[in-house]
Design a protein. Structure first.
Length: 651
């Protein structure tokens, strides 16, 4: 069925969403009553924000008009949606109201208790200045959800936005998004009820419909808009008020598009076939559906394509925990559309889960200059040698963080510096490094173990629960592809356990591969180690490898490009190499596409730490000496890369 909607050409934005922008607190215990839930996951939420998020993730140029409180939750929302590429220039901060929130549970596939905490919240106080007409005129379409017509004040603001859109040839969309509790029709704690008949709400929505080009809703939502209990009567009542496209969500049956006269039944309308999947959580599926439909609609694609995107996006979200974070990327959606019939449980499909993880926007890391001081045994030995108490090591590592911060500032290295730091002697240092946007690796291995053991016992997933999301799980493995079979299999089982744990926790993984010294080395030992782990289905975001020859780097690059093009990169380890040895290693790696930088420790810290622990130098001298070596390595890395650039330019 042809999409005949006309959109203004040459607009900077595809869609602007106006409305709810709140934090969702999702129960982590599936099957529990909300009364019995013990922990929650924090996600971006709110229907308009979810839709904007989903549109941006699917490649549309999306923007959000809303309002947050001057609080940490509001800043979390803005940072999260901006990371997806969504324009937040017209999300304002309310000095007197808090960011809205919702508490949600998943009791079973039909029961989703939720409590809206939106008493006079910030997004219901969007100001007239936020709906700047010149900004709205930059978009092809404007979407507003029903909640933002539910009070006298926000109704005026939303209607004003619609009027400004229509004056500027911007297509208008109403997602009915009927929540009776937000219209004052149920008790305040009952956010789960999805339908209460109300002539007042029906009359209110009907005053808006003449301004709308696309109306989106479930059968119940069209019934509230049409003021009837029969869907076809409701659609005819809606059609009498708007010539716009009517998009009816039918759950697993798909959706119906009514573009013109209303037929005698929904089955006689154009229907996009639904996608059958096992349902975990229906909350947010409608927003994903809208985002999927809009991703085709504003590009002028036919309704068959729009409905396929919509139904598949909704199906993916119903199978997952959360709303916004469950939204698919375009790569993921295309894979699902091509294989949907063989994926009844999207949440359990390995390829789909991996694509969902690796194709979403991530902090760019084109360069990584990491100071590695996650060593534990070596620092203990340094303290023993200097006859210094172990408590001194905490301050020492905290000073290292200061050194990295000073280097970041002095060299303008935002998003390029990092640390490898432990929580045995470095918890204070980790706390100080966290939240700065640094690349932060944190060890999980028991030092010196072979076969691999985890520092806090076998239950590595439990340990990761307390980690900030930005921390990278770093694991040094003394691995050799020709090791004794029993030892190698134990190593691989432990690596698999760690890999599965980070897939569940969301942390990135850094594998440091160092072949045991007692086993014979060949030129391809490291390459074969990586190949073996890829064969096992283990795809770390990062590798940490020793310096190699240019030919070895070429082979590593070819392997990663073939097996894992989404790999974040490789960092060069230092062990106890000299500066000159590391310079030579950097030059050998200069043509590598995947080698991003280095994570070097003892070369930087060993000599000054020994003297500081012995009391022969003060804090300032330690900082100066550590910085000097760290920055010398940064200069060496960049000099090596500059040689490559200059040679390429000359060629």
């Amino acid at each position: 069925m042809r999409n005949t909607t006309r959109f203004a050409p040459d607009r900077a934005l595809d869609v602007i969403c106006l409305g709810r922008f709140a934090v969702d607190f999702y129960a982590q215990q599936i099957g529990a009553r909300l009364e019995d839930v013990t922990s929650f996951a924090k996600y971006l939420g709110g229907s308009s924000a979810n839709t904007a998020f989903g549109c941006a993730r699917l490649g549309l140029k999306a923007a959000l008009i809303s309002r947050i409180g001057d609080d940490a939750l509001g800043r979390f929302l803005v940072e999260t949606i901006a990371r997806e590429g969504c324009d937040v220039s017209h999300v304002s901060t309310d000095p007197s109201r808090l960011t809205g929130a919702v508490v949600l549970g998943i009791k079973d596939k039909d029961t989703f208790p939720l409590i809206f905490m939106r008493e006079d919240c910030a997004d219901m106080a969007i100001a007239e200045a936020d709906i700047d007409e010149s900004f709205i005129a930059r978009s092809k379409a404007l979407l507003i959800t029903g909640t933002h017509f539910s009070t006298q004040y926000i109704d005026r603001i939303s209607n004003l936005a619609l009027d400004r859109a229509r004056r500027n040839d911007v297509r208008t969309i109403l997602d009915i998004d009927y929540r009776p509790v937000l219209w004052g029709l149920t008790k305040r704690g009952d956010g789960e009820t999805r339908y209460v008949r109300s002539d007042t709400v029906s009359a209110h929505l009907q005053r808006i419909l003449p301004k709308i080009d696309l109306v989106v809703g479930t059968i119940e939502e069209f019934n509230i808009a049409g003021g009837c209990t029969d869907i076809m009567e409701s659609l005819r009542a809606v059609r009498a008020l708007t010539a716009g496209v009517l998009l009816v969500k039918r759950g697993p049956m798909g959706c119906a598009v009514v573009d013109g006269a209303v037929p005698d039944s929904l089955d006689e309308a154009f229907n996009g076939r639904g996608v059958e999947v096992a349902v975990l959580n229906v909350l947010g599926a409608g927003d994903a559906f809208s985002a999927g439909f809009l991703s085709g609609w504003v590009r002028g694609e036919d309704y068959d394509a729009c409905c396929r995107y919509a139904n598949a996006s909704g199906a993916l979200v119903v199978s997952r925990h959360g709303c916004a974070p469950a939204m698919p990327t375009r790569v993921e959606l295309d894979y699902f559309l091509a294989n949907a019939e063989s994926i009844p449980r999207p949440d359990q499909d390995v390829t789909l889960t991996r694509l969902h993880r690796v194709t979403a926007p991530r902090t760019p890391r084109d360069e990584v200059f990491a100071f590695a001081f996650d060593h534990r045994n070596q620092f203990f030995e340094l303290a023993q040698e200097a006859q210094a108490g172990e408590s001194r090591l905490s301050k020492l590592k905290r000073l290292f963080v200061e050194a990295v911060a000073e280097t970041e500032h002095a060299r303008s290295l935002s998003c390029s510096v990092g640390v490898l730091c432990d929580d045995r002697y470095g918890q204070d240092a980790l706390d100080a490094a966290t939240g700065r946007g640094w690349w932060i690796g944190r060890p999980v291995e028991l030092p010196g173990s072979n076969p691999l053991q985890f520092d806090r016992g076998r239950s590595i997933g439990t340990h990761l629960l307390s980690w900030p999301h930005e921390h990278i799980a770093k694991c040094l493995v003394k691995y050799h592809p020709d090791d004794d079979l029993d030892n190698r299999l134990e190593q691989e089982a432990q690596i698999r356990a760690l890999y599965d744990a980070v897939q569940a926790s969301g942390h990135e993984l850094l594998l440091e591969i160092i072949p045991p010294k007692e086993l014979p080395r060949a030129i391809d030992t490291i390459l074969r180690s990586l190949k073996r782990l890829y064969n096992l289905g283990i795809y770390p975001e990062w590798w940490k490898l020793e310096p190699m020859s240019a030919g070895q780097w070429q082979a590593i690059d070819a392997l990663i490009a073939e097996r894992d093009p989404y790999c974040r990169g490789v960092v060069v380890l230092g062990q106890s190499a000299t500066i000159d040895e590391l310079r030579a290693g950097f030059r050998a790696a200069r043509a590598s596409k995947y080698c991003r930088g280095f994570a070097v420790g003892r070369t930087i810290f060993e000599a000054p730490s020994r003297r500081w622990l012995a009391g022969t130098i003060d804090d300032a001298t330690l900082l100066r000496e550590v910085r000097a070596t760290f920055e010398m390595l940064i200069d060496a890395w960049r000099a090596a890369r500059h040689v490559e650039y200059a040679q390429g330019a000359a060629a």
